[in-house]
Design a protein around this ligand. Structure first.
Ligand code: SAM
Ligand code: DTB
Ligand code: SF4
Length: 327
């Protein structure tokens, strides 16, 4: 089995990107088989618990208050409504439930409500994940205490390209939140977005930063930009699909034990492209009709694709305990 290294050099990452595609795929798939021999795909469902009117200026995001995307603004949902959606996600076969909020950072009252959501969703036997913006060390500890398993906070791109995309918080801010999440004992979900007009060197640098964190994120979402009308990136040039696949393959080699999630953008990918992404090392998806505000392939389509490829949904904590799935 490939050793798990956090001392990758930038030149090594660049060299992996430069390999002939099939050589890269051969190596990545070998690493993948050694670490994940079961042909399993982890399935997470996303729910936007607070939508729109975000004060941040992320150029890709339909939820920024600075972009006129016509998105209706929804206040923080009631806890019971979220639990209901989590129950439905569990019944559909998801094993992790991720709650997203369009905040720069949570305020104390908001955090208390999310903590309640986390407790109740976890009581259903689901793994819990949240993405709420920046966290202080105390907030991270409180979420862990409430039973939060994963925290999603993306680096999004390279440090060099980052200022082209976001001006309202820095790369260093992001790294600090990630450290708080780690220190609190939660699992880290951290990845990025491809297709924002970044160069290959930015993809190299993003993966290098992720793979040289003190510990690899347990979960690495690789999003393809969803070009939402009204955002500054609505006309971004599409990324070559093979470059997307290369990025997954390099991520698999650099972070052999992490789950790589084929995240946003799947509605624009053919099934053949998704199959290639799974071959290259992706082993997790967002499952269900919707991401946060944009469409996602429905559960039926995904189950049929998994069946045709001989992939199986990864069992969750409830299955491990022998709990009934559908109650
Ligand atoms: N507000 C919190 C934050 O930014 O950390 C949490 C929610 S935010 C929507 C979560 C992630 O969604 C972003 O970091 C970004 O990677 C991804 N995202 C947002 N809009 C996207 C888009 N149009 N295409 C692809 N990924 C997107
Ligand atoms: C992540 O990396 N991708 C998800 C999740 N983390 C929160 C979000 C994708 C959002 C895509 C745009 C939308 O639906 O609003
Ligand atoms: Fe706000 Fe998150 Fe969207 Fe940025 S990505 S505008 S922080 S919701």
């Amino acid at each position: 089995m490939a050793e798990t290294r956090t001392d990758w050099r930038l030149e090594e990452v660049r060299a992996l990107f430069g390999l002939p595609l099939f050589e890269l795929l051969y190596r990545a798939h070998g690493v993948h088989r050694a670490h994940f021999p079961g042909h399993e795909v982890q399935v997470s469902t996303l729910l936007s618990v607070k939508t729109g009117a975000c004060p941040e200026d992320c150029a890709y995001c339909p939820q920024s208050v600075r972009h006129d995307t016509g998105l209706p603004v929804d206040p923080l949902l009631e806890v019971e409504a979220v639990v209901e959606r989590a129950r439905a996600a569990r019944a559909a076969g998801a094993t992790r439930f991720c709650m997203g909020a369009a905040w720069r950072n949570p305020k104390p009252k908001q955090l208390a409500v999310v903590m309640d959501m986390v407790r109740q969703v976890r009581a259903l036997g689901l793994e819990t994940c949240a993405t709420l913006g920046m966290l202080t060390a105390e907030q991270a500890a409180a979420l862990r205490e409430a039973g939060l398993d994963y925290y999603n906070h993306n680096l999004d791109t390279s440090e060099a390209f980052y200022p082209e995309i976001i001006s309202t918080r820095t790369y260093a801010d992001r790294l600090e939140t990630l450290q708080h999440v780690r220190d609190a004992g939660m699992k880290v979900c951290c990845g990025g977005i491809l297709g924002m007009g970044e160069a290959r060197e930015d993809r190299v640098a993003l993966l290098h930063t992720l793979a040289t964190l003190p510990a690899h994120p347990e979960s690495v979402p690789i999003n393809q930009l969803v070009r939402v009308p009204g955002t500054p990136l609505e006309d971004a040039a599409p990324l070559d699909p093979f470059e997307f696949i290369r990025t997954i393959a390099v991520a698999r080699i650099l972070m052999p034990g992490s789950h790589l999630r084929l995240s946003a953008g799947r509605t624009e990918m053919s099934e053949e492209m998704q199959a290639l992404a799974f071959f290259a090392g992706a082993n997790s998806v967002f499952y269900g009709e919707k991401l946060l505000t944009t469409p996602n392939p429905g559960a039926d389509g995904d189950l049929s694709l998994f069946r045709r490829l001989g992939l199986v949904p990864e069992p969750g904590p409830a299955d491990a305990r022998g709990d009934a799935r559908h109650n």
